[in-house]
Design a protein around this ligand. Structure first.
Ligand SMILES: [Zn+2]
Length: 450
């Protein structure tokens, strides 16, 4: 009853007050998702052509790099023609951020997104309001593939405080608009997990949402305690690979299939599993994806079709994906990714015995340390950490002090650390980055699931 009221009354009112068209977009996108693949591709092509012309006309970075490469937007008559355009790396975005902004959006209010991306490289991305609303519509549509319905409560297992609203106004918005319950994955303790479980039991959310490793940990606690009355309509795992043993534990704990999702802060949602859970449907109205090279598997390149303030075109995100050759049985015309091998990160155990999500941790290190170009954390023992860092020229004594403070604040005074400077953080043989490795947390987590 309350859920329906929220869906049909509260959400539209809030959207109207915020002058956001995202609900309208969501309804439109929900209708067009079953259009045939040819129609989806034709729409993508025309969106791509618009984006390329816009970027050429108003973004100095592309004007320069495309001229150097001898390509022009008018050359693009099919989606495959994009292959001739240069690839944009994270280093490009870091170095040329100002030059990548569209002149058409100068002085306009933009949303700023700060992220460590998917490889521990800190980046700042600007997103225009129209694009943000369109993307929000795409996310809502994909949220519902999990079984959750707009209007139902959400439980989030997440460690990024920007997702959480503070203060009285923030708390009200959280309660009535986002309808979210949070488990902060920075400084996780048994007591906090139990408190969260109590809140979930009280509020009965329709969706449990979080990083794969955090959902797994929650599942271990539920399974171990024999709690079987938490039954959301859906569960979405995101931001990192979902391993099979994790999926099994989560499905046992929540009694619902896990929906695997892939996205990043730079372009928002990229792809998400539907109710069939076979491959991930690309959010084709928001992004165009390809893989580098000739085969179906390779480094993933994303072109943002909906952000015109700072267009990302053939942006190499740092993950490896496999395109699917077969359509999905669900009948949606949106293209499929068979799988994504993204970044992986362990939990870290603090000397006092609480757990910290590796993703949230490296995000903090990459974003908060001045001049940190890329970060990897390795926990050697319960009280010793190796902080591996690629530096920018602006990295200095102040940055070293920030590292010291962050280690102290996060782990307490008994954690020691070495700071290592590298030219590049090595990738795993699979092409994945592991940017938080703990040699002690596996034992600790085993204790949780036993
Ligand atoms: Zn499907």
């Amino acid at each position: 009853m309350l859920d329906a009221l929220n869906r049909h009354l509260v959400q539209p009112l809030i959207a109207a007050k915020r002058r956001s068209r995202h609900l309208r977009h969501y309804r439109h996108l929900s209708q067009t998702q079953f259009d045939p693949p040819e129609l989806v591709r034709a729409r993508q092509l025309s969106m791509l052509q618009v984006q390329l012309r816009h970027a050429f006309a108003t973004v100095p970075f592309y004007r320069r790099s495309w001229a150097a490469a001898g390509v022009h937007p008018d050359d693009v008559k099919s989606l495959d023609d994009l292959r001739h355009f240069p690839i944009v790396t994270k280093t490009d975005v870091r170095k040329h951020a100002a030059e990548m902004l569209s002149e058409a959006y100068r002085g306009k209010k933009l949303r700023t997104k700060t992220t460590s991306g998917s490889t521990g490289v800190p980046l700042v991305i600007q997103l225009d309001e129209r694009g943000a609303q369109w993307k929000a519509g795409c996310v809502l549509r994909a949220d519902e593939w999990s079984g959750w319905r707009l209007g139902q409560r959400v439980a989030k297992v997440w460690g990024n405080p920007e997702y959480r609203h503070f203060g009285l106004k923030g708390r009200l918005s959280n309660h009535f608009v986002d309808r979210a319950i949070y488990l902060d994955t920075i400084g996780l303790t048994d007591a906090r997990i139990r408190e969260f479980v109590a809140a979930v039991r009280r509020h009965r959310p329709g969706l449990v949402f979080g990083h794969a490793h955090s959902l797994y940990m929650l599942a271990c606690v539920l399974n171990k305690s024999g709690i079987t009355d938490i039954r959301p309509n859906g569960c979405i795992s995101t931001a990192m690979p979902l391993h099979d043993y994790q999926r099994k534990a989560i499905e046992q704990a929540l009694g619902v299939p896990v929906t695997n999702r892939y996205g990043c802060e730079e372009v928002s949602l990229i792809a998400c599993q539907c109710e069939r859970h076979k491959g991930l449907h690309v959010a084709a109205e928001s992004v165009y994806v390809e893989v580098k090279g000739e085969g179906l598997t390779g480094p993933l390149l994303v072109t943002d079709l909906s952000n015109f303030a700072m267009p990302l075109i053939r942006y190499q995100i740092g993950d490896v994906a496999t395109l699917s050759g077969t359509p999905c049985e669900c009948g949606r015309g949106l293209p499929l990714l068979e799988k994504v091998e993204g970044r992986d990160a362990d939990y870290v155990v603090t000397p006092s015995g609480s757990l910290i999500s590796g993703i949230s941790l490296t995000e903090n290190f990459a974003v908060l340390i001045k001049g940190a170009a890329q970060v990897q954390l390795i926990q050697e023992t319960l009280t010793h950490l190796r902080v591996r860092m690629v530096r920018d020229p602006i990295f200095d004594a102040e940055s070293e002090r920030q590292v010291r403070e962050l280690v102290l604040k996060t782990f307490g005074p008994t954690m020691t650390y070495d700071l290592e400077y590298l030219d590049v953080i090595p990738q795993e043989p699979s092409g994945k980055y592991r940017f938080c490795v703990s040699k002690v947390s596996a034992e600790y987590l085993k204790g949780l699931s036993a």
